[in-house]
Design a protein around this ligand. Structure first.
Ligand SMILES: [Zn+2]
Length: 252
């Protein structure tokens, strides 16, 4: 089948714009989906980290409690010794023996005091750990709520976009049929070069809508005339006037 009809530049630009707008919609879906999986996996990592912190604090608390038990036993032993020495002091034979026993009592009394101080400090430390544990638990609850929400959102987007994506993909294939191969090749080449996927851009406030490089008035009027395809001298994107840009709308 021969191509009888020769398209005007305006028709070519409109066809390109149509394709660009359809494929930009497809890009939007990818961006929408592209960030949620990362957010979900980030949250999962954070929750895992918080659970590890929780475990670590609990282990530390166990360690402190063991330490307290040791100190309590130490106090019991010291008190038993004190009792024993006090009994002995009633049966001492001389002053020297009395002094020696007294010294032991003093020593054990000091041991008890020191152990009591250690227990008090340790209990304070447990209180501090309990607060940290509480914070970790709260953070986990918040993040888990967040995660549930994001997962739901992602699932919803995937469900919703499956259909939309298919539709845009069909629209894009159809739109490609209306663009001549040489132009389509430049369109694809430019599109691939830029992260925002924009190949065809309008004039925005006297500048290229892609790179914001100023466009001289003479060139702007040439673009408005739609007599030839004009690319941005700075970024190489295909330029269209605002009116043409606004006239092409993609449904859905
Ligand atoms: Zn440009």
């Amino acid at each position: 089948m021969s191509n009888v009809k020769e398209f005007s530049v305006e028709e070519k630009l409109s066809a390109l714009l149509n394709l660009q707008k359809i494929e930009s919609k497809m890009d939007e879906i990818q961006i929408l989906k592209g960030e949620l999986p990362i957010e979900v996996s980030d949250l999962e990592d954070e929750i895992q980290g918080l659970h590890a912190r929780e475990t670590r604090i609990e282990e530390e608390v166990n360690g402190i409690q063991e330490f307290i038990e040791q100190k309590k036993n130490l106090i019991k032993d010291a008190q038993a010794l004190i009792k024993k020495y006090e009994k002995q002091s009633q049966n001492v034979k001389n002053n020297r023996e009395f002094e020696a026993v007294n010294k032991e009592v003093e020593l054990q009394t000091l041991e008890v005091k020191l152990a009591e101080k250690h227990i008090k400090d340790a209990n304070e430390e447990i209180g501090e750990k309990a607060r940290l544990l509480e914070n970790a638990k709260k953070a986990i609850a918040t993040k888990e709520g967040n995660l549930k929400h994001k997962k739901g959102e992602l699932e919803k987007i995937i469900n919703e976009t499956e259909k939309e994506e298919k539709e845009f993909s069909n629209l894009s294939n159809a739109a490609r049929e209306h663009v001549e191969p040489r132009l389509l090749a430049s369109y694809d080449r430019i599109r691939k070069n830029y992260r925002n996927g924009l190949s065809v851009v309008p004039i925005v406030r006297d500048a290229c809508g892609g790179c914001f490089n100023a466009i001289p008035p003479q060139r702007q009027s040439e673009i408005r005339q739609r007599k030839k395809i004009i690319v941005c001298e700075n970024c190489g994107r295909i330029l269209v006037d605002e009116e043409l840009n606004d006239s092409v709308q993609v449904k859905s």
